[in-house]
Design a protein around this ligand. Structure first.
Ligand code: NDP
Length: 332
């Protein structure tokens, strides 16, 4: 039997289980010349999928209603009529939320489970690791001795950003939603300090206390009031890397934020958004660097692994409740 998850409704505000529909098919999948049969092993759930569930125009097309949702997937090849792929190979690619599917191989990348655990190709050695490395390097232009603040710091992107900051000799301050996450940032990932935005009474003051020399680089995963508080602490020539804005993804109305322009002018500061695919030409070099740091033990990672295909929608919804530490992945 093949199970598929379709987008049933465009979520209004926070996504709910009723926005997804499960379909079971009894049919066998046959492959033609040039095709592969894939069995899903790991599914990545990511905050950006929320944007694709809405009808609003963005950098990637919206998901269609009553069609399978897609995300980063690791799959095993269980039948092949394509000379580039053998049965037993594992691949990563943008694939449908299906237990099995047919592909012609386009866009699939072979991954080697003997070099690193397969799930890492969705996280530290996958899209989120590349986002962390390339965003920080290309826009942040970090220099040893500077101060880096990271929001969403205990998540997939943020936990890698902070560690790279430490490798490059920065003072690193992470912002996350629980005391347990703050402990993890300091003890496991080597951050210098952490701020729990859920218990802080005054984020602007707490950032000032944690960053007495001011903030030179801000890696922004969350937007909203947390990022407003960082603005009050930026230094001259600060760089603000706008990676994501999870705190406003479920908003039904336009968020009310402070005006950034006076902060940018006064500090000659840079604020730049980016999409990791902007730097696709740098993926091989970035992968090489991340793999080397990982092999040398300079970089580590954490994953929240949820078991079972049926739990994919809930794992996605849980991202907005901060239920994950590091990369949220569903194991099939
Ligand atoms: P995470 O692993 O960081 O998971 C999401 C985390 O966001 C949660 O664990 C939670 O942690 C935090 N969060 C949820 N709601 C809020 C809120 N209202 N306010 C503050 N924090 C919140 O996800 P990723 O690392 O995959 O993604 C991080 C960001 O980067 C997202 O905004 C994503 O869209 C973006 N992104 C952008 C890319 C690009 O190319 N520009 C590529 C990949 C990701 P906590 O407990 O701390 O609240």
């Amino acid at each position: 039997m093949i199970k598929t998850i379709l987008l049933k409704n465009r979520p209004e505000g926070k996504p709910s289980l009723s926005d997804f529909e499960f379909v079971n098919e009894e049919s066998d999948l046959n492959i033609k010349e040039g095709e592969l049969l894939l069995e899903t092993t790991y599914v990545s759930v990511d905050p950006y999928l929320r944007g694709r569930m809405s009808a609003a125009k963005s950098y990637v097309p919206s998901f269609e209603l009553n069609k399978p949702i897609q995300s980063g997937v690791i799959a095993k090849i269980i039948a092949s009529k394509n000379k580039n792929f053998d049965v037993g190979d594992f691949v990563s690619g943008m694939l449908a939320w299906k237990t099995k599917q047919v592909s012609n191989g386009d866009g699939l990348l072979k991954v080697d489970g003997s070099k690193a655990p397969l799930s890492t190709y969705l996280g530290v050695l996958g899209m989120t690791g590349l986002t962390a490395y390339l965003g920080l390097e290309q826009i942040g232009k970090p220099k040893a001795g500077e101060t880096l603040v990271v929001s969403g710091a205990a998540g997939a992107v943020g936990s890698v950003v902070g560690q790279i900051g430490k490798i490059l000799g920065l003072t690193v301050i992470g912002i996350a939603g629980t005391d347990e996450k703050i402990e993890m940032l300091k003890n496991k990932f080597g951050f210098d300090a952490g701020i729990n935005y859920n218990t802080s009474k005054d984020m602007t003051a707490d950032i000032a206390k944690a960053a007495p020399n001011g903030v030179d680089i801000y890696f922004d995963n969350v937007g909203g009031p947390i990022s407003d508080a960082v603005l009050f602490n930026i230094n001259r020539f600060a760089r603000m890397i706008i990676c994501g804005a999870i705190s406003v993804y479920n908003n039904k109305e336009l968020p009310k934020s402070i005006s950034v322009q006076p902060f940018l002018v006064k500090n000659s500061a840079l604020m730049q958004g980016f999409i990791v695919s902007n730097y696709a030409d740098k993926f091989p070099e970035a992968m090489k660097q991340l793999s080397t740091w990982l092999a040398d033990g300079k970089l580590t990672y954490t994953e929240t692994i949820v078991n079972g295909f049926d739990n994919i929608p809930q794992a996605f919804i849980d991202l907005f409740e901060g239920k994950n530490k590091g990369k949220m992945i569903v194991k099939i």
